[in-house]
Design a protein around this ligand. Structure first.
Ligand SMILES: N[C@@H](CCC(=O)N[C@@H](CS)C(=O)NCC(=O)O)C(=O)O
Length: 210
C-alpha cells in the first residue's frame, strides 16, 4: 500500500515530493507531463478536475479506503493530518502554519508564476507591463518573508508544511530573477532547508519522463 504522487518538475510538484520525503512515507511517482498535455487526460481529470499537478491517491486513506486529493495545499494538510507531523494539533500553534500556507497558496506562487509567464512573452509591449507588475509584487512578497524570518528558523514555529510549500517556490528564485542576497533571512532559511537530506531527496526524485 502506497501513496501515488501525480506530479511534474515544478514548484507545486516539488512541494509534495519534499513533504513525502520529510514524512518518510512510501510513495510511487507518476509523471504527468504538462508540456505534453497529459494533465487533460480523462484518468488524471478524475483525480484532479482542475487539470493541474500535483495530485495524490492514497491507497490507505481514512477508514482504510482509497482517497484522492488535488491542490497542493490540501495535499500538504492531508499528509500532515495523516502522519501527525509538520502540522501541530494545538490550534494556537496550527494557526501560523495555516497563515503561511495560505500566504503561499494565494500569493507566493501565483505571483512569481506570472513572472515566469511574462518572461516568456515575446512581444515587448505585451511583456513590459505584466513583467514589471509581477516582479515588483514578487519582490514585495520576498520582503514580507524576510521580515517574518527575522530571528526565526522557520515560518511558523517548528518546521512545518508551510516551509515545504514556500520552499517549492523559493527554489525557483533564479527563474523569477530574485537575488536572495537582497533577502538575508530568506537566504539563511533557504540554505538550511536545502541542506536537509530529505529535502535533497525530494528535489532529486525524477519528475520528468526519462
Ligand atoms: N493551486 C494549484 C496550482 C497547481 C498548478 O498551477 N500546477 C501547474 C504546474 S506548477 C499545472 O499543472 N499546470 C498545467 C495547466 O495549467 O494546464 C496547486 O497548488 O496545486
Amino acid at each position: 500500500m502506497t501513496i501515488h504522487l501525480y506530479a511534474f518538475d515544478t514548484p507545486n510538484g516539488r512541494k509534495i515530493s519534499v513533504a513525502l520525503e520529510e514524512m518518510a512515507l512510501p510513495y510511487e511517482v507518476h509523471v504527468v507531463d504538462i508540456g505534453k498535455g497529459q494533465q487533460f487526460e480523462p484518468d488524471f481529470l478524475r483525480i484532479s478536475p482542475n487539470n493541474k499537478i500535483p495530485a495524490i491517491v492514497d491507497d490507505e486513506g481514512p477508514g482504510g479506503e482509497r482517497i484522492s486529493v488535488f491542490e497542493s495545499g490540501a495535499i500538504l494538510l492531508y499528509l500532515g493530518e495523516k502522519t501527525g507531523h509538520f502540522l501541530p494539533r494545538d490550534l494556537a500553534a496550527r494557526v501560523p502554519v495555516l497563515e503561511w500556507l495560505m500566504f503561499q497558496m494565494g500569493g507566493f506562487g501565483p505571483i512569481p508564476g506570472q513572472v515566469h509567464h511574462f518572461l516568456a512573452v515575446e512581444d515587448e509591449r505585451d511583456r513590459a507591463y505584466g513583467l514589471k507588475r509581477y516582479k515588483d509584487e514578487t519582490l514585495r512578497l520576498y520582503g514580507v518573508m524576510d521580515r517574518r524570518l527575522e530571528g526565526r528558523d522557520y515560518f511558523a514555529g517548528d518546521l512545518s508544511i508551510a516551509d515545504f510549500a514556500l520552499l517549492g517556490w523559493a527554489w525557483r528564485h533564479p527563474k523569477h530573477q530574485v537575488d536572495l542576497a537582497q533577502f538575508p533571512n530568506v537566504r539563511r532559511w533557504y540554505d538550511a532547508m536545502m541542506a536537509r537530506p530529505a529535502v535533497a531527496r525530494g528535489f532529486a526524485v525524477p519528475l520528468r519522463a526519462a
